[in-house]
Design a protein. Structure first.
Length: 240
């Protein structure tokens, strides 16, 4: 049925194009060239978790961007425009218990003055899982944030910055990962759940209008010497 609809639309648009030529009006039927890269292209989520996706969109002309899904689910998005035709879309999808054992498809839609069309999609598998404890990660996060405020020049990161917990990725047991977001930043906290001296902790921060982290640091043993923070190379990709 879907293919038939596409064929019918194609015929009607062709007739419209021929008629417009007869009237001396040319209606462009081609869509702009658009490249989309999802970070990640697919992921696992669970009830109570915020699946936080990024979509890097490069277009040859300005477009408006919307997000849709194949099922009814709470979803929000924010579009950062880095230049006239370059966009970073942050997608926040929050599944519930009704989505367990199902796949949610996230569709990215673009529109111009004359057209609206799909430009890419990714999938989220929802499983029966629960998040790790947030309390210990908040303590570690605040410890790193004190260092950032005192030793870096990043703007909008200080003691009054509000951070929202987005959950921890599913099925990660030995190394816990927790994500937090502020108005302008993402901070990721990872902790090796082992006894000292192997209980390291690590962080990265990412400006929310960029795809990659720009700063990272580590503590070799949280329980032995959590004051010894040192900077390390930032990962090239976000963790999800």
């Amino acid at each position: 049925m879907k293919n038939k609809f596409m064929i019918v639309m194609g015929v009607s648009m062709s007739i419209l194009f021929i008629s417009s030529i007869a009237l001396g009006v040319v209606i462009p039927l081609t869509r702009p060239k658009i490249n989309v890269t999802f970070h990640p292209s697919d992921m696992i989520s669970y009830p109570g978790h915020t699946a936080w996706l990024l979509a890097d969109v490069q277009s040859e002309e300005p477009i408006d961007i919307e997000v849709g899904t194949n099922v009814e689910v709470q979803v929000e998005w924010k579009t950062w425009s880095t230049c006239a035709s370059s966009y970073l879309v942050e997608i926040f999808l929050k599944p519930n218990s009704q989505h367990v054992d199902n796949e949610i498809r996230v569709n990215l839609l673009a529109s111009t003055e004359s057209r609206r069309f799909s430009i890419g999609s990714c999938t989220i598998d929802v499983i029966n899982w629960t998040s790790c404890a947030m309390d210990s990660s908040v303590v570690i996060r605040d410890h790193f944030l004190q260092y950032i405020e005192s030793n870096t020049t990043f703007s909008n990161i200080n003691s009054s910055t509000e951070w929202n917990f987005c959950g921890s990725p599913a099925q990660i047991l030995i190394v816990e990962h927790c994500l937090f977001q502020s108005e302008f930043w993402e901070i990721e906290i990872s902790r090796h759940v082992m006894i000292s001296p192997h209980d390291w902790a690590q962080t990265y921060i990412r400006p929310r209008n960029q795809t990659s982290p720009i700063w990272s640091a580590k503590i070799d043993s949280w329980s032995l010497d959590n004051s010894s923070i040192y900077e390390i190379d930032s990962p090239s990709e976000i963790f999800r």
